[in-house]
Design a protein around this ligand. Structure first.
Ligand code: S3P
Length: 171
């Protein structure tokens, strides 16, 4: 085909609601490589939802499984991998991703993220009295770290998923 051949696995990082899974799926299709999602791999192995894992086993357990899954996904053939919003906060994960792949931050602002995640009950970290404020707090804390990604692509409300995927390829 006409797709450029991918040399390294692209790891999408960024907040929940940024479109990592949707854009990652389109990106993988455009590059003709497999798409993998770290949350999905964890859920499949545990036979529980992310929320159930957080409830029953706690966040540290989830983070440990997440690191294992990301390492496994990075040691396969070049692919597109989307990670959960907390994955890039771990320095060990960042080093692993830098060594074995290329990181891409899908950057989106609070309004865009909130529009996408509000009304959903799948994100345990947002099960708080004021989830919008929680999201804003996570943005404050995480953006400086997400900024360490090799590439940053900014999501805009008007852009389609395929257009976002093309932006990632161009970057
Ligand atoms: C998390 C994001 C979620 C999931 C878990 C924790 C986070 O993934 O890994 O709920 O810490 O931001 P998405 O970014 O795919 O929603």
């Amino acid at each position: 085909g006409t797709a450029p051949r991918l040399q390294k696995t692209i790891v999408l990082v960024g907040m929940m609601g940024a479109g990592k899974t949707a854009v990652g799926t389109a990106l993988a299709r455009a590059l003709a490589v497999p798409f993998q999602d770290s949350d999905e791999e964890i859920v499949r192995a545990a036979q529980m939802s992310v929320a159930e894992i957080f409830e029953r086993d706690g966040e540290p357990f989830f983070r440990a499984r997440e690191s294992e899954v990301i390492e496994r996904l990075l040691t396969g053939r070049p692919a597109v991998v989307s990670t959960g919003g907390g994955a890039f906060m771990s320095e060990a994960n960042r080093e692993m991703i830098a060594r074995l792949g290329v990181s891409c931050w899908l950057k989106a602002d609070l309004d865009l993220l909130w529009n996408r995640v509000k009304g959903k009950n799948t994100r345990p970290l947002l099960r708080t009295a004021d989830p919008r404020a929680t999201l804003a707090g996570l943005i404050e804390k995480r953006y400086p770290i997400y900024g360490l990604a090799q590439v940053t692509v900014t999501a805009e409300p008007g852009l389609s998923i395929d257009e976002m995927a093309q932006k990632v390829i161009a970057a």
